[in-house]
Design a protein around this ligand. Structure first.
Ligand SMILES: Cc1cc2nc3c(=O)[nH]c(=O)nc-3n(C[C@H](O)[C@H](O)[C@H](O)COP(=O)(O)OP(=O)(O)OC[C@H]3O[C@@H](n4cnc5c(N)ncnc54)[C@H](O)[C@@H]3O)c2cc1C
Length: 495
């Protein structure tokens, strides 16, 4: 009996699903609309600069390691990882910044200098964050999330009640640490997940363990090294990735998908995995075959989209680390604009990656590679005028806060925003990071990994389980592959 799978989309989740299926003995083909694989984790090269287009933070090293181990490899077989120290810099104003250290001793000293007695609280806080991290790895992240029953072991119920998992993360942090600077350090990893700290459950403090204990890493050569590594795996597993091949439609007979159409051609398989944005993937199906209606999606809270500037600078810059957060504006006001007023931010906080500080290949000698990211509301119109307004605003602030001239030295400039996410990835409302991580959109309440009308159709990627981020995308692909494998074995009566 044949067991062929077609995967739509060659982002990290689709590539992960393809590799995990191939190693389980399935024949797999991937169809990708763009001319380069990697999805949001793509890169591009121009004028001697190499820009990672999406992710810049390499967190959860254990999940990457686990992924490659399944194929008999380690990350070191594909790329060299460096732990960044300091992990990142937070700017609060001119000559006013904190470097978040990689070493425990320095971290606790830093907290103590800012707020007396806080290092002791941090130690206790990180212990609970560690427990939540372990719990998430064991009981949540790798689960297919079909229903609440998936998570209801006796252990999980008692833990949830004992540790007050579901109260507001922000309130929890504020009850422990009074200093605004410390609150910013601890809230940042939650926002990186695409959510407001006020709305996120305090269980997400596991992200503080990931940030402050497991550390911020960087694969030499750039984030795209991860994509290249999986492509090498796929090559060894005889999986073909067809580029410039947008899936336009699915063929359906009797509650089963039988094939896809791309560029007028029809290809058949036994199982199908859609790793393109969930909403878009469902638009390729007849209405009655979709898991969710437009009304369902309209009610969903999305995490932010991103207004991005890729900049090449023809000199070395001072006062910047590899990762830099600019909290010299009101974070709370920015969050309100993002999630409540649903408008362009008046005075945004923003992030600057300067990966050429640690990666010589990212920019020509003596130059810098800058990526500026402003979290913005999805679904807004991003005109050229708006992009120029924010370009002036953030580059002026960057110059002022780091006390140097930058704008006159910019030799390469490209902007990227909501409409580009739609054009390039068919992203629902131009989202960058999927759904916001609110309690109502967590775990089994996320869009389901399996289509309930079509017996052989599955979804993977950042809009389903476990959520946004590269590690989640790898895990999501694994969950989809494992569910297909289980279904196939059941249908073949293989134990
Ligand atoms: C600006 C930005 C910064 C980020 N920063 C980080 C970070 O620092 N660390 C981190 O871990 N994560 C980060 N993320 C999140 C991370 O990049 C994503 O969660 C992850 O890469 C999503 O992978 P995916 O496979 O779910 O989706 P995608 O990468 O979007 O893959 C889906 C693929 O499907 C393709 N596709 C769409 N429609 C079709 C079709 N009809 N036919 C064929 N193919 C189709 C798309 O072209 C795409 O290649 C960031 C994301 C962005 C955008």
């Amino acid at each position: 009996m044949s067991k062929k799978v077609i995967v739509t989309g060659a982002g990290l989740s689709g590539l992960s699903a393809a590799a995990q299926l191939a190693i389980r003995g399935f024949e797999v083909e991937v169809y990708e609309k763009n001319d380069i694989p990697g999805g949001r984790a793509r890169h591009f090269k121009s004028d001697g600069f190499t820009f990672d287009m999406g992710p810049t933070w390499y967190w959860f090293p254990e999940i990457f390691e686990n992924f490659f181990r399944k194929f008999g490899y380690s990350t070191i077989d594909f790329y060299k990882l460096d732990r960044l120290n300091p992990a990142y810099r937070i700017f609060y104003g001119v000559n006013d910044c904190i470097d978040v250290p990689a070493e425990d001793k320095e971290l606790f000293e830093l907290f103590e200098t800012i707020e007396k007695g806080s290092s002791k609280k941090l130690k206790k806080f990180l212990k609970s964050a560690y427990n939540n991290y372990q719990f998430a790895l064991k009981e949540i992240i790798y689960k297919p999330g079909y229903g609440v029953g998936n998570y209801l072991s006796w252990f999980s119920i008692t833990r949830a009640l004992k540790h007050n998992f579901f109260s507001s993360y922000s309130r929890y942090i504020k009850s422990l640490f009074k200093e605004n600077r410390l609150q910013r350090i601890l809230e940042f990893p939650i926002t990186s997940l695409g959510g407001s700290p006020q709305k996120a459950p305090c269980f997400y403090n596991l992200m503080n363990y990931v940030d402050l204990k497991l550390g911020t890493w960087y694969p030499q050569g750039g984030i795209y090294k991860i994509v290249e590594a999986i492509l090498k795996l796929l090559d060894g597993l005889q999986v073909s990735v067809h580029l410039n091949s947008p899936v336009e439609n699915y063929d359906i007979i009797d509650n089963k998908v039988t094939g896809i159409y791309t560029r007028g051609k029809n290809f058949h398989a036994d199982y199908f995995v859609a790793s393109a944005d969930y909403y878009h993937a469902e638009q390729l199906l007849a209405k009655e075959c979709r898991n969710y209606s437009d009304k369902y999606w309209d009610k969903k809270k999305l995490s932010p989209s991103a207004l991005i500037y890729f900049l090449g600078v023809n000199k070395k810059l001072d006062n910047l680390q590899h990762h830099n957060l600019f909290y010299d504006a009101s974070f709370d006001d920015h969050l309100k604009d993002l999630y409540d007023h649903l408008k362009w931010p008046e005075a945004p906080v923003f992030y600057v990656s300067c990966c050429s500080k640690t990666d010589k290949k990212a920019a020509p000698a003596g130059m810098e590679n800058l990526v500026i990211i402003i979290p913005v509301t999805p679904g807004l119109e991003d005109t050229g005028k708006i992009k120029e307004h924010y370009y002036d605003l953030v580059t002026n602030r960057l110059e002022h806060i780091t006390q140097q001239n930058i704008r006159n030295s910019i030799v390469y400039k490209k902007s990227y925003a909501q409409s580009d996410f739609i054009t390039d990835y068919n992203a629902f409302q131009g989202n960058a990071y999927g759904l916001a991580n609110t309690l109502k959109q967590s775990g089994f309440l996320k869009p389901k990994i399996r289509n309930r009308h079509l017996t052989n159709m599955f979804y993977t990627g950042q809009l389903t389980l476990p959520g946004p981020g590269m590690p989640s995308a790898l895990v999501s692909g694994e969950i989809a592959a494992s569910e297909i494998d289980k279904l196939h074995r059941k249908s073949m009566k293989i134990t």
